[in-house]
Design a protein around this ligand. Structure first.
Ligand code: NAD
Length: 484
């Protein structure tokens, strides 16, 4: 089997916020892995930019320490690390001021791919875009990468889009949602659109419902004040869960190309119906012995922000009429698990002497941990004990068959950064998509505020508040177990 990796051209990747948490945790270790995989051609460089005054050597020390702390087994490759660090440079810039930009302009080369990663707070996106333009550091071929959160409502997202659009075309803007960089998300599209088996069944005639769960075991960590101002609806549902919903529900694009895919995703968001207040549950984790409550974690004893949300929504189009989509996400839950489950309908007629409601085909797409896709199928329980039926998972990721070429170690960030260098926007959110997602989310948040709904407490290590379970039970359905 021959591995086909699309090559990249020489590049200068400038990381604003190059000393920050995201750069140290994800971007620098990810770039080192790509370097070792031969995807940083001769002449490819990484330039860190942040406020701290230091030289190239200082930044290389930061990168070395970051790779030692957050890298994988490859960090023991001392020679490789030294060669990678040689590709790093640093320019101190306070991006709200005028100093340092000329130094950056002198360093960034005109004859390579130029990419600028805005790994800083969103309020700095506009100032950076403006100065890159003013100092002619970026041109019409350059790319910019921006991080979440992309706004906290429709209005602020529109303002961010406008600030970027003043200096960059939409074809140059790469809005990251790292869920889209997961191997399995792309495999979902390959499985769905590369096989004749699934697409004919992918509709309300054969699918009973779809569940999307993103459960975390961590609390709000060090992000308390940001998180408390956002809540799970803004922090998770508006972006990650909506993106997964789009990929699972979209119509087949005419080609696997950025705008063709994103046009179809946008149609899904626009077809989403408003959420009925009966169909949404907000939760907040309680304290447990030795483990603080949400309110303690965010140091806000009166907080009404949600650390959990579960909702039922519907997509108003022919394909999905009558098919509920159940979404849930939360912190301090029983396991760390992200999964999309496509639950097919039960058989119309059974020839077996069994309760066939027990047997369902379920396509489950796991994003973490143990990324993979499997299809639950019903077979005969082997052996001479008579005709008994058994449900077993059919592994569609074929890790064994693919051997090393499955490259499971590649992280979402490094994959997405390489797509930026290649100029492929397929796995990035377009401006109109983000705005449409906020246009759907805003009324859900506003409705809750108007009603004064308070979040329901839930136990740490549980599956969320009881009402979240009821959301499905009342429809005669069950959430899938949250398994790590
Ligand atoms: P951070 O606070 O750890 O780092 C911020 C970086 O920006 C630092 O390098 C700092 O020096 C630099 N900076 C701040 N003000 C500056 C200025 N005026 N001029 C130049 N540099 C300046 O933040 P982070 O966690 O790395 O997050 C960066 C962005 O990525 C944020 O938008 C955040 O929401 C987003 N994000 C982070 C994570 C994560 O895991 N850390 C995950 C998803 C999204």
């Amino acid at each position: 089997m021959v591995s086909r990796v699309i090559p990249v051209k020489p590049f200068d990747l400038v990381i604003f916020g190059g000393t920050g948490d995201l750069a140290r945790r994800k971007i620098l270790p990810g770039l080192f892995r790509r370097f070792r995989a031969g995807q940083m051609p001769a002449g490819a460089r990484v330039i860190g930019c942040a406020r701290t005054a230091m030289d190239d050597a200082g930044f290389r020390d930061i990168a070395r320490a970051a790779i030692a702390e957050f890298g994988g087994p490859e960090r023991s490759d001392a020679a490789g690390l030294a060669a990678f660090l040689d590709r790093l440079a640093y320019v101190p810039i306070d991006v709200t001021g005028e100093d340092g930009w000329r130094d950056l302009a002198a360093l960034v080369r005109a004859d390579v791919v130029r990419a600028f990663y805005f790994s800083v707070a969103p309020r700095l996106f506009g100032p950076i875009a403006e100065r890159l333009h003013l100092h002619a550091i970026a041109d019409d071929d350059s790319r910019i990468v921006v991080e979440k959160p992309f706004g906290r409502d429709l209005r602020s997202a529109q303002e961010l889009n406008a600030a970027l659009a003043a200096h960059f075309g939409e074809g140059q803007i790469y809005r990251i949602d790292h869920y889209l960089g997961k191997e399995t998300v792309q495999n979902l599209m390959a499985v769905r659109f590369g096989n004749v088996l699934f697409e004919p069944l992918w509709n309300n005639h054969y699918i009973d419902h779809i569940q999307i769960t993103v459960a975390e075991t961590v609390g709000v960590g060090g992000r308390g004040s940001y998180y408390d101002g956002a809540g799970a609806m803004r922090d998770m549902v508006q972006n990650h869960l909506m993106q997964l919903l789009c990929l699972i529900a979209m119509e087949p694009p005419a080609r696997f190309e950025a705008d063709a895919v994103r046009d179809e995703k946008l149609k899904v968001i626009r077809a989403l119906q408003p959420v009925d207040p009966q169909d949404i549950v907000f939760g907040q984790y309680s304290g447990a012995p030795g483990s603080p409550s949400y309110r303690d974690d965010v140091e806000n004893p009166a907080s009404t922000s949600e650390s959990f949300v579960a909702l039922r929504c519907r997509i108003g189009n022919w394909r999905w009429a009558g098919v509920p989509f159940y979404l849930r996400t939360g912190k301090k839950m029983k396991a760390r698990s992200s999964e999309i489950a496509v639950v097919f309908q039960k058989l119309g007629h059974t020839i077996f002497d069994e309760d066939m409601a027990r047997h369902r085909n379920i396509l489950s797409i796991r994003l973490q941990p143990n990324e993979g896709i499997d299809l639950q199928v019903t077979i005969k329980d082997p052996g001479p004990g008579g005709m008994r039926l058994l449900d077993v998972p059919l592994d569609l990721t074929f890790a064994e068959a693919l051997g090393d070429q499955g490259e499971p170690a590649a992280d979402a960030y490094e994959r997405l950064i390489m797509d930026v260098i290649r100029g492929d926007q397929t796995l990035f959110m377009r401006g109109d998509e983000v705005e449409a997602a906020w246009a759907w989310t805003d009324p859900v948040i506003a409705g809750r505020e108007e009603r004064g709904d308070r979040p329901q407490p839930y136990d740490q290590g549980s599956a969320g508040p009881d009402d979240a379970l009821m959301l499905m039970h009342r429809d005669g359905r069950r959430w899938r177990d949250i398994k790590g």
